[in-house]
Ligand binder design. Structure first.
Ligand code: PGA
Length: 251
């Protein structure tokens, strides 16, 4: 059985006081939600503070990116071991906004994936096609390349700490969600690629999240799909009540 994951990507929002307000509101709303892995990903500067607020709760802490070397002359970067030190258990890697605006490539994503896994973090490894790629019927080719190149060199054992997030770029922050069928089709394909690269047991066990305009109104339909194991939520994770609704999708 794959345990569902609901992760909130706060992106470049929430100062310290706003982040604390959000988690303090969220904690009681989700404290009885069992059987679901809950994750929040604030900006780097508030990780330690949010970590303290989350102590003893059922909410896990993630960062939104990390660098591949542990330390060195890399101004502006933060390493996996530093994220662990700040209290993170998870990290988002390869988000489409990083690919689009910050020059992230399949190769850098792969280096980050490996470094984070080797440090002991669980990765939320993001993939997804653009609107242009979908219209050109390139969706599956792009997804297969992103997965293959992103997890090359990762062992079957390390794969246990990999969560794949399928986020069609055209559905992120646009209010346009993939239909349940479109999402399921992509997730099934992704699971098939994992089976090809590893084996059917690994494919059966890996969790694949959907991301892109997930809201309380559409989460149930998405979660009812056979190969959808959770959600990576942007906008709707910034308010405690909407995120809690998504976390409690099964009630
Ligand atoms: P959205 O963002 O829910 O606001 O579309 C999802 C994401 O970028 O992870």
């Amino acid at each position: 059985m794959r345990k569902p994951v609901i992760a909130g990507n706060w992106k470049l929002y929430k100062t310290t006081s706003e982040a604390l307000e959000l988690v303090n509101e969220l904690i009681p709303l989700v404290k009885n939600a069992s059987g679901v892995e809950i994750v929040v990903a604030p900006v780097f500067t508030v990780l330690s503070t949010v970590n303290t607020a989350l102590k003893g709760t059922n909410i896990n802490l993630a960062a939104q990116d990390c660098f591949w070397d542990e330390q060195g002359a890399y101004t502006g970067e933060v390493s996996s071991t530093m994220l662990l030190d700040a209290g993170c258990s998870h990290v988002i890697i390869g988000h489409s906004e990083r690919r689009q605006f910050f020059g992230e490539t399949d190769e850098t994503v792969n280096k980050k994936n490996k470094a984070a896994l080797r440090a002991g973090l669980t990765i939320l490894f993001c993939i997804g096609e653009t609107l242009h790629e979908r219209e050109e019927n390139q969706t599956f080719t792009v997804l297969e390349r992103q997965i293959t190149d992103g997890i090359t060199g990762i062992t079957k054992d390390e794969l246990k700490n990999v969560i794949i997030a399928y986020e069609p770029v055209w559905a992120i922050g646009t209010g346009k969600t993939a239909t349940d069928d479109q999402a399921q089709e992509a997730h099934k394909f992704i699971r098939g690629v994992v089976a090809k690269l590893y084996d059917s047991e690994s494919a059966e066990n890996i969790r694949i999240l959907y991301g892109g305009s997930v809201k309380p109104e559409n989460v149930k339909g998405l979660m009812a799909q056979k190969d959808i194991d959770g959600a990576l939520v942007g906008g709707a994770s910034l308010k405690a009540d909407s995120f809690a609704h998504i976390v409690r999708f099964s009630e």
